[in-house]
Design a protein around this ligand. Sequence first.
Ligand SMILES: N[C@@H](CCC(=O)N[C@@H](CS)C(=O)NCC(=O)O)C(=O)O
Length: 253
Amino acid sequence: MASAGDGVGGGGGGGGGGEQLTVLGAWGSPFLVRVRLALNLKGLSYEYVEVDLAGGKSDLLLAANPVHGKIPVLLHAGKPVCESMLIVEYLDEAFPSAAMILPAADDPYARAVARFWAAYVDDELLSGWMGIYDGGKTGEEKAAALAQTRAALDALEGALGGERIGDGEGGWWFGGDRVGLVDVALGGFVPAILASEPTTGVRIVDASRTPLLAAWVERFCALDEAKAAMPPLERLIAAGKKRYADLHAAATE
Ligand SMILES: N[C@@H](CCC(=O)N[C@@H](CS)C(=O)NCC(=O)O)C(=O)O
């Protein structure tokens, strides 16, 4: 269950095995969206605790993630698990009777492929997109960041259209006909990417260039589990505009 007034929906019902699940997060974080999405997909209830990163890190956060001091952190029966994608994999291992996010354990190759593309999202797409969404970068740096982002999206388009498991009746996801690890990894960034477009004027997912990905974004946004995990777009746009302007002002001082 999410705490009231945090701006995002809560987890699904059931699950948890009687062991308390708590998520430490910050409302606009794409990494938090991943964790909430995974919990919702698995139908696990959880308590949500908003951490005010701007106001200094709470003792709870520093105790839970003393190495990086970053959110999200999952507390499972009080024990902390850090790093969004490790949390997603942990949930699969700790709650194997709930819907699985990774491909089946008897298909280690499919699992390796999913992990490859999930890591690719952070290594290539995220770092490129951050360069576009950084008000402090020069025009040249932004052009290089856009080229990196486009190349990453092209590669993901190829992965989405590649070998698939299942019948695809409900539309294709990465790797098959159900939402999986790569969908969670990329899906976390959907709100942030959509919110960046009015600020930067750059269309990131363009149906004329990557039609499969554009259709995937629409399918993703229509998922109940995703809707309940995503922050309100208007609030994200306002926060992104402020961040962009602050970085721009700092760079031109
Ligand atoms: N690789 C981490 C990234 C998490 C991250 O960067 N979290 C940000 C919020 S979006 C944070 O906690 N920032 C605070 C800080 O850097 O001190 C993950 O996947 O969980």
